[in-house]
Structure formats: C-alpha cells, structure tokens
Design a protein around this ligand. Structure first.
Ligand SMILES: [Zn+2]
Length: 615
C-alpha cells in the first residue's frame, strides 16, 4: 500500500467523522438556520480531514502502511466522539440541565451509539477494503466502499433525527378537562415595535398572528420597568408594594402564592423556561414549578459549531464571556422547552416561557442582523438627536433592536407550531406579554429600561384563547400586568383568591368595561407616575420635579404641561399622591442600601454585568 493511499484514505475518513460529529452536535443544539448545519458540517469535516492527515503522516513513518491507515481511520471518529462527550458532559453534568424526556434520551444516546459504531465500522471497512485490494487496480473499489460508508455515516443520524422529530404523534388532550396555560414574556420588548401595535417594520409576523386571533390590549403597563419586580407582579397578581420585590436582585418571598403554585395545586403540570439569570431559583421564581430551567448560565451558543468546537477544546471561561456578546441564549431556552414539549407533558399544563433577545446588548445573528437597514429618518425628533448625538448610532441600534425582535418572533414560530402539536389551540390559553419596554432614542438612560415614561413601562399584552374569546378585538382601556394572574384563573374557570390585587380582564376582553377612568401606577427608583388613558403625571421625590404629559397629543412625552394645564395637573397630582399614600404607606423615604447583588458568585456577576444590571 502506498503512502499516498494511506493519507488520502484517512483524510476521507477524518472528513466523514467530522461531518457526523457536526450533525450530531447540530441536532443537540438545533441551530436556527440550515446554513448553520451546513457550515458546521464543512468546518468539522475540514478539521477532521486535516487532523487525520497529520495523524497518518506521522503514523506512516513509525508503522507499516496498513496499520497506519487502521489507526488514522479509527482515531478521527474517536476524537470527535470524545469532543461530543466532553461537551455533553459539560452541558449535562456540570451545568445540571436535566434531559428528562424519554425520547430525547433515546435520541441522544442513540446518536452516541451510532457515532461510536460508525467510527469502528469506518476504520474496519476502509482497512478491509485496502487489505482485500492491496494493489492499485482495486483503488476504485475502495473508493466505492468509502463512499458507501460515508452515505451510511451521514444517513443514519439523519434518519434517526427525522424519526425522532416526526415520530411521536398522538393524544395530548384530556377532553372535558381544563385548558393548558402558556405565559410568554419577552424581556425589554416595546409594544410599539410590534406590527400589531402599528410598527411599520415587519418585526413580528407571528406575534401579529396571535393578536389577530386573540384580544390585544393597547395600553398595558408594568408596575416597575425591571425584570424582577415586574415578573413578580406578573406571576403573583399583586403589586410590588405587596410582594416586596422592589429591585432586581431581591427575592420573591416564599410566603407568596404564585400562579404556578395555584395551578399545580389545581392539578396542573407546571414548567418554566427562562434565559434571564434574574429569574432563577436564587431569586425565588421557581416556586410552584415541577420543572424549571434557567438557560442564562448556559453559554450563549452560536449556531455555527466552530465556536462550539473551540469552546470544547478548553478556553471555556473566555468564551463564556465572549458568547454573551454574540448571543444565542434564547436558542438554548427554546431547545429546552422544545424537549419538554416533545416529551408530551400531561395536560393540563402551565408553561412559562421567558426569552431575552431584545434585551441589551442588541446583537442579533444573521439574517436578522441585516433584516432592517438603519434609517436615520427614524431618529428625527428624538431626544437623542436633539441632544446633539449622532443619529446614525441611534438608527443602527434601532435596526439591531428590531432584528432581535424578529429573532424572538422566529423562535416563537417554531415554539408555537410545536405547542399546537402537543396541545390544540382551542384547549390552550396563550398570554403574550413583556416584563417592560426599553428606552430607545426617546428618553434617558438610552438603551436601558428605567424611568416611568411609556417607552419603559408600557408592554404588549395579548390573550389568545380561540373559541372562548372573540378574535381580533382591541381593548383601549389602561390595564396593569397584575391582571394577568386573575385573568388566567378566570379564563380556565377557577376562582380568584381574595388576596389577588389585579382584576380579571375577561370582561374587557369581551367588550364590557364598567370602570371609568382607569389608571396605571408606575414607579422607578424615586420617580412615581400615574398613567390614565390620555394623561401622565410624574413626581420625582429626589429633586421635587413634577411633570404632566398629554399622551394623546404628545405620545413621546416631550412637552411638559404641568404649569400650562393647571387643573389637570392638580387633579392628577392629587390622585397620584393618594395612590402613593395608599400603596406605599406614606411618601417614600430613603431606602438606598447596599446593592442586592452583593454576595453573588463571580459567574453570576459577570452575566449581570454583560446585561448591564451591575457596573
Ligand atoms: Zn427585563
């Protein structure tokens, strides 16, 4: 056997092994794009070929050609299986992500066994082909053999994958029982950047479909534009002054009864999936959930597996930080929730899904990154430009932010189609919302969510409940997200516990509104606001500032009318002060203590830093 045959043979085997490894890893991480699969197959294939070339070049010098080919052919698949195992162990054992679905276990182990077997078969087949042929004339036969093995190698995992994804049809419903409940909350998602709320860019076709088929609330508000306090209200039905989670980093008290606890007590299977570290068990958000996965601590994986390969090869610490910059963590969350759904959970279930992509930093991947070319015309009249800042920077950030929304929307497309297979739409209540908005060019601090302007405190809110609620209705009344728990309980036919402070939105969703002059009470630090349908009054207890905006005429809240509209200002101020007195038990005093984040581990601090929560 010639040295050249050894080199070529092992390069071929190395490439096949690389391609298989790429397919297996890609299947594990379900990249968003076909190009992600193809790219990883190419990169891994090339790496496998190169590695095998080096191996065999060394081996032919220390042993006879046939043995060298044996070793080089076996080593490459073994190396890739090893890489997959290392990463697997890393993900599963070290990071503690359970994979509890029977079918996902069958698939994962099946893929592993197939990889191992094929590694052996490839080496055996190639060597046998060569030893049968020994002469140059037999080379074409060897080529056919390798090609056959290559097909089998690529085909087997593909067939297995196809079998797994399409195979588990059948009965999810429990006729006569209660509807399943799905609460989707997106971090930092501004309502006015969604098509269904009038945005001109096509950022949200799937969310728009939910709105078309459901009931949309035009003026929904969170109590405080922070992940922790807002979610605490969304999940308990009581305002921050009652649940006491006033700032990010504080914990949701065990003494509170969460929606998950209420539903679990009522026989629901409960599961939560989030990409945001601030919603994990350290902050009390896992209460009532049978399954809860926080993927924020899993590297924000790119679909391109080259990074995965490099990461696997050791420098994990460095890449953990780097990954935050290049994003993709929602992919992991969607993967986990997908696995859970494929496991055919018993119904009825309560599923809470929280995705993070629109949160700063805005770094969508392609093709979302260039989905919306920057337009400086969109920055005209913004506070950002008025303050003399570069409109191009704002235009670019707006484009990237919109790209993040499209990323989430695409993820939801896949999620909802899987959900529909598991729980039919007419037996599923979907509530779609956000924890808060985001200041873009309209108010400071830019690209963060603080203060009580609408950009930060207004949220989208959609109820999707075909057959129960009329499709396509729009509700104009001002509502708060403390209404989410009572609304869900009401729609599934449960009694609303008396301690719930929010009010069910079902009458409003059916076109009945018995409450005139509704208001939302909002705060951020020492700034408090009261928002009615057309007006907002703001009082800043740090500097005594008082502001009044006419939202109908001035939706950007730029033109303070506190002096000009004396009568409205006085009435609104009195109303706000009364609410502060009632809710806060008096006017706010100094409560700035130590940071609630003190004492957290270094890794968590790094993640919070990457999101801009700590300096
Ligand atoms: Zn948030």
């Amino acid at each position: 056997m010639q040295t050249r045959t050894v080199l070529l043979g092992s390069v071929l085997v190395g490439m096949i092994a690389g391609a298989v490894c790429a397919l297996v890893l890609s299947a594990m991480f379900s990249p968003r794009l076909l190009v992600g699969y193809l790219f990883s197959v190419l990169v891994y294939g090339a790496a496998g070929g190169l590695g095998a070339l080096v191996f065999s070049a060394v081996l032919v010098r220390v042993m006879d050609a046939r043995r060298a080919l044996w070793w080089a052919s076996g080593l490459s698949p073994a190396a890739f299986v090893f890489l997959a195992l290392v990463y697997w162990g890393n993900k599963w054992v070290l990071l503690g992500i359970p994979f509890w679905s029977f079918w996902s276990l069958v698939f994962d182990f099946g893929a592993l066994v197939v990889s191992l077997l094929l590694g052996f078969v490839v080496a055996w087949g190639v060597t046998r082909g060569l030893s049968a042929g020994r002469t140059a004339e037999r080379a074409p036969r060897l080529g056919r053999r390798v090609f056959g093995v290559a097909l089998a190698t690529v085909g087997a995992p593909a067939a297995l994958l196809a079998g797994m994804t399409g195979g588990t049809g059948g009965g999810a419903g429990d006729p006569g029982g209660k509807s399943s409940v799905v609460l989707i909350s997106i971090d930092a998602l501004r309502a006015d950047h969604l098509g269904c709320y009038g945005y001109e860019r096509r950022t949200s076709p799937t969310i728009d479909r939910l709105a078309r088929e459901g009931v949309k609330f035009e003026k929904a508000f969170c109590p405080e534009p922070s992940t922790g306090p807002s979610h605490a209200t969304m999940l308990t039905g009581v305002v921050p002054q009652t649940h006491r989670l006033r700032r990010n980093g504080e914990s949701l008290s065990d003494s509170l009864m969460t929606l998950a606890e209420i539903l679990r007590d009522g026989g629901y299977v409960t599961a939560g999936f989030t990409t945001n570290t601030l919603l994990d068990d350290r902050f009390g958000f896992t209460q009532g959930f049978d399954t809860y996965i926080e993927s924020g601590h899993v590297e924000k994986l790119r679909p391109v597996s080259l990074t995965l390969l490099i990461q696997t090869l050791a420098v994990k610490e460095f890449f953990d930080k780097f990954m935050w910059k290049i994003r993709g963590g929602d992919n992991q969350t969607l993967l986990c929730v997908g696995k859970w759904l494929r496991g055919r959970p018993k119904t009825p279930f309560f599923l809470f899904l929280h995705l993070l992509d629109p949160h700063w930093p805005y770094e969508p991947l392609e093709p979302y990154r260039s989905a919306f070319p920057p337009e400086t015309s969109k920055t005209e009249g913004s506070l950002w430009v008025d303050q003399g800042r570069d409109p191009k920077t704002l235009a670019r950030n707006l484009s990237l932010y919109d790209g993040e929304i499209l990323t989430v929307d695409d993820g939801l497309t896949r999620f909802l189609s899987l959900l529909e297979q598991v729980s039919p739409a007419e037996r599923t209540l979907i509530v779609f919302t956000a924890d808060h908005g985001e200041n873009l060019g309209d108010h400071e601090p830019y690209f963060r969510h603080q203060d009580v302007y609408d950009g930060s405190v207004q949220v989208p809110l959609i109820l999707h409940c075909p057959g129960t609620l009329e499709a396509g209705r729009t509700v104009d009344a001002v509502v708060e997200n403390s209404a989410i728990v009572p609304t869900i309980l009401s729609l599934i036919g449960d009694d609303i516990p008396e301690w719930i402070e929010g009010e069910s939105l079902v009458p409003l969703a059916r076109g009945i509104d018995g409450t005139p002059d509704r208001r939302a009470f909002v705060y951020s630090g020492k700034r408090f606001g009261l928002r009615t349908s057309d007006w907002k009054v703001i009082i800043d207890f740090k500097n005594g500032e008082r502001l009044l905006y006419d939202l109908a005429a001035d939706p950007a809240e730029r033109n303070d009318l506190f002096e000009a509209e004396e009568a409205v200002a006085a009435a609104m101020e009195e109303r706000l002060l009364a609410e502060i007195d009632r809710l806060e038990g008096g006017l706010p005093g100094a409560d700035e203590g130590r940071s609630p984040f003190e004492g957290l581990d270094r890794q968590t601090m790094e993640r919070l830093k990457a999101l801009g929560y700590v300096q």
